[in-house]
Design a binder for this molecule. Structure first.
Ligand code: FMN
Length: 178
């Protein structure tokens, strides 16, 4: 059975992206899915000085690289901070890029975003769609949920968005089987 690794690029204890990942994982069948909770991961800010000393690779980065290597596809849900990548996720992506140039190894990636606002973090999602291929990701599908608190409540997503999400999940899981 194919294996998916899913995580949210947020260290918010009440992360809506983590909630979106948890919800999405309930819609995926016939695939083994590991939802990784990285909210409490304390990773030092990337620096070239630390980078030059392999001994200083954060243990959690080595762990993440190993997990990525063991999976066939990925789901990442990322918040948008001031129109860009949140420092928490950017730090992880920078570390990954320095320890494994094409860490996602041309495997399919499903990118998601949401936000309490009407744009659902779509601007930043577009940025990730164009930049994560530099790290070896094959962006197979993407989904943005606007106005999170209006559209995902008590484990129920409003019809229109649920249909879109299911279509994107299908596109992503089809790529896994190729
Ligand atoms: C520093 C900061 C900047 C933010 N900038 C944006 C933004 O540019 N666009 C947006 O839609 N929401 C923005 N937000 C609101 C986030 O979408 C909101 O905090 C959301 O809960 C983040 O997802 P999370 O709970 O999974 O961390 C910002 C929040 C913070 C704390």
């Amino acid at each position: 059975m194919k294996k998916i690794l899913a995580f949210a690029g947020s260290n918010h204890s009440k992360s809506i992206h983590h909630e979106l990942i948890e919800f999405t994982s309930t819609l995926i069948n016939d695939v083994e899915i590991q939802v990784l909770d990285i909210r409490s991961w304390d990773i030092p800010i990337y620096s070239i000085d630390m980078d030059n000393d392999p001994v200083q690779t954060p243990e959690l980065i080595s762990k993440l690289i190993q997990l990525i290597g063991e999976h066939d596809g990925f789901i990442i849900a990322s918040p948008e901070h001031n129109g860009g990548t949140p420092a928490f996720l950017k730090n992880i992506l920078d570390w990954l890029s320095r320890r494994s140039k094409k860490v996602f190894n041309n495997k399919p990636l499903f990118l998601m975003s949401t936000s309490p606002g009407a744009k659902g973090g779509a601007n930043h999602l577009n940025f990730l769609i164009h930049t994560l291929p530099y790290q070896g990701a094959e962006v197979a599908a993407h989904f943005s949920l606007p106005s999170f608190y209006d559209h995902l409540k008590d484990g129920i997503m409003t019809e229109e968005h649920l249909e879109k999400l299911q279509k994107n999940i299908e596109e992503f899981t089809n790529k896994l089987k190729e």
